[in-house]
Design a protein around this ligand. Sequence first.
Ligand SMILES: [Zn+2]
Length: 86
Amino acid sequence: MVPLYEYHCLTCQENFTFRHSYKETISECHLCKSTGCVEKVLSKANIVLKKALSSKEPIGQITNESINDARQDLEIQKKELKKKNK
Ligand SMILES: [Zn+2]
């Protein structure tokens, strides 16, 4: 099973996902074809940290926002699971 990785492109500021093996990395953006400007997105926590570092907002507020986001994601996933079970 090849894992799915999420990347963020600094040139077009978009995220995209790409399947490749654990050992590989990619350097080309699949959206704008720029090279050397993509970075692997490890987790939501990582995005939150970056946001916190580049933002003037208090970190507590950003953390709360991301917790709420994660909660909403979970609720949506739960609802979808329930639908599938019916
Ligand atoms: Zn790009």
